[in-house]
Design a protein around this ligand. Structure first.
Ligand code: UT7
Length: 307
């Protein structure tokens, strides 16, 4: 499928919360957090979700060299909207002045960016729109229980954005999206409540499920894992990424991670990682990049792109 990511951008708040800061808040240690998760620090937003989504979107638009009025569709993946309704995507549309777009939110937790890519691709390929802005943005600090050491050390705030078009040299070679609502209690938040997670169970399911969909996507595309230039997984835990690499039979050199800087930013984690990976020269136009995510729902998936 002819799908090209024309531009990428991200924004992370300036305020840094380190593991040492957390040591003063709950019974934890830098050593525990680092060895169990790979996280050293995370960002905390003082502003709104829309402020972050807006800053990331402006960078993606600039990267794609297009104006807000050239966007026909805005999809914003988040589980932490500023308002009950309307959709955050509509607030973002107004702030950007993207008056020619229609806009809606997508709720798929940490898989939000991959689900969004799937939905945006389908709409773009229908020919009804030419350019879509896909944003993953989260202000998880507002739903974290800052007294629960099992979860508060894991999450952070941020936003990532991509301008996507059906025109260009890129390709979406294959994708697989999955959900299983039977497992909803493993990771959830009540309305206006805190994140609750059964981490150990989720860890095992995450490794197994992401490996399965990655293998399925590679099989469908007829691409071997050796041919993939970079794997960009959802950034939930460095040990999950290491176990995934082992299952896929690749070294960690092929897996991008920035979890030490931002922790788990849910729907924002893949677009932030993609953007930083490109800035660091980890892939370029024509590279094969495999994305995979697992999150609340449960939801999971994998997408293979030729950039
Ligand atoms: O984004 C969606 C996807 N998210 C995930 O997939 C997350 C999956 N799960 C994980 O990443 C890991 O399970 C965690 C990082 C959440 C936890 O790591 P773990 O190695 O599974 O630790 P655990 O929950 O089994 O806890 C081990 C010990 C426990 O103490 P006892 O019972 O052995 O005495 C916990 O109470 O570590 C204790 N513990 C902590 N100690 C210090 C739990 N959290 C902390 C903490 N600091 N922050």
């Amino acid at each position: 499928m002819g799908i090209t990511i024309k531009g990428l951008g991200y924004y992370t708040p300036e305020r840094v919360l380190t593991n040492f800061d957390l040591e003063k808040m709950v019974d934890t240690s830098d050593e525990w957090i680092t060895t169990r998760t790979g996280i050293k620090e995370r960002r905390i937003a003082d502003g709104s979700l829309i402020d972050m989504a807006y800053c990331a979107s402006l960078k993606a638009l600039e990267d794609a060299q297009i104006e807000p009025r050239d966007i026909d569709l805005i999809i914003l993946a988040t589980l932490t909207p500023d308002l009950g309704f309307p959709a955050s995507a509509c607030l973002l549309q107004a702030k950007l002045g993207a008056n020619n777009a229609y806009a809606f939110d997508l709720s798929a937790a940490c898989s939000g960016f991959l689900y969004g890519l799937e939905v945006a691709s389908g709409i773009l390929l229908s020919g009804k729109v030419k350019r879509a802005l896909l944003v993953g943005a989260e202000k998880l600090s507002q739903i974290v229980d800052w007294q629960d050491r099992a979860t508060c050390v894991l999450f952070g705030d941020g936003a990532g954005a991509a301008v996507i078009s059906a025109e260009g040299s890129g390709e979406l070679l294959a994708s697989v999206m999955r959900s299983d609502g039977n497992y909803w209690e493993i990771l959830y938040a009540q309305r206006c409540g805190h994140v609750r997670m059964r981490g150990k169970e989720l860890f095992k399911i995450a490794v197994r499920s992401m490996a399965e969909v990655c293998e399925e996507v590679l099989r469908t595309a007829g691409v071997s894992v050796e041919e993939v230039d970079l794997i960009v997984p959802h950034q939930a835990n460095i040990r999950i990424m290491e176990a995934l690499a082992e299952k896929l039979g690749v070294s960690m050199d092929k897996v991008y991670s920035n979890i030490h800087r931002y922790g788990n930013t849910s729907a924002a984690s893949i677009p932030i990682a993609l953007c930083e990976a490109r800035q660091e020269g980890r892939f370029k136009r024509g590279s094969l990049v495999l994305l995979t995510a697992m999150g609340g729902g449960l939801t999971w998936g994998a997408t293979l792109l030729r950039f």
